[in-house]
Design a protein around this ligand. Sequence first.
Ligand SMILES: [Zn+2]
Length: 434
Amino acid sequence: MEPRTAGAGQQAALRRQNLSQLLREIHVHGALSRSDLASRSGLNRSTIGSLVADLAARGLVRERPPLDKSGPGRPSPLVAPHPSGPVVLAVEMATDSLAAALVGLGGSILSAARIERPRGFRAPDEEVAGLGRLARAPLAQLHAGQSILAVGVSIPGLVRREDGFVHLAPNLGWRDIPIAELVARALSLDVPVFVGNDADLATLAEHTRGAGVGQSDFICLWGEAGMGAGIVAGGRQLRGSAGYAGEVGHMTVNPDGLACHCGSRGCWETEVGEEALIRHAGQASGDGMRADIDQLLAAAQRGAPAAHEAMATVGRWLGIGIAGLIDIFNPSTIALGGLYARIYPYVQPAILEELDRRAMSTSRRLVTLVPVSLGADAALLGAAELAFAPTIADPTTVPRREVRHRRPEPVGTAVGTHRVEPYQGGATAEQHTV
Ligand SMILES: [Zn+2]
């Protein structure tokens, strides 16, 4: 384990790494016993004890008796996320809804508010002012003394992660908007604001605690007005050279197709986005897009042929693009989220038919198609993961709480030898988003 010659700096770094590993296990898997933590981390029991005490002193975890006391011997206590520990504020700015939620360690939504609204372009200032109003209710649920670590924001567009700058969000009508800065000003919480693309964040959440858990090659397609993908290959989420990878909605699938908001023509999303679904159903696209989709879903449930035909057409176009993704990335699972989770039962047969027709049979046989398992909140929960990432990467950024009665720390560990260092910007978040 630790070499005897390791300096204090190295020891502190190793300890931070171990604290990070334990906190991540608890964040992802929920309550675990010390022996579970020992077997998952490969650390010995006394080290685990000291690390758990450290995380508890920072208010991140709490030990509690197990719920099930059956079985021989004294039940081993469980280490769980602290119920009134620090939280993050997760925000989802979608074309037809705005959501804000307080999310605790372990990914539990503690309090949330979401407003649905007609689709349409909104001035960024207006949007963040609306967020300020919407976030009041969830923020009012904070316990006395409970802290917010960071804000995570999901945006349907191209985002530069380092500083939360939106280069282009075609379906919001945004270009070159410093959204992290605007959100920070509107909320005045004095914590870092991290911004990510909605499909990337939905993928992050699904890979952490949804349909992609434990899979090294996983794709999540996220559709609303537009569509995008998050691609996990070899266990890492692909970012591209500047972080813009996964914009599969703008692959040309129909060279003679319709003009796209991005400036090109015949992009995949012009055949499979919300507007396309409404168009294929022969309805005029109004501005109440979600209501139109709800109506179409109701018609499909009633067995209306036009609704089924529209779903099948979107399913065929989805299948054409997905077949290409299967051949390129050879994923084991593809999860469909957002609009596609809602219409999944109606588009699935046509998608599978196209996959059988077009994808290479070797890769086709290995892939499973599923709806996302976190439902409509996948992107919101991904925004929470983004906001938690720096703390999970280095739990010592959370200060220790003053505790009056505590047993002394076990001898021979680095407890108390390292300083609490403030979090230093977004670089760490980027390295730990998968
Ligand atoms: Zn496009």
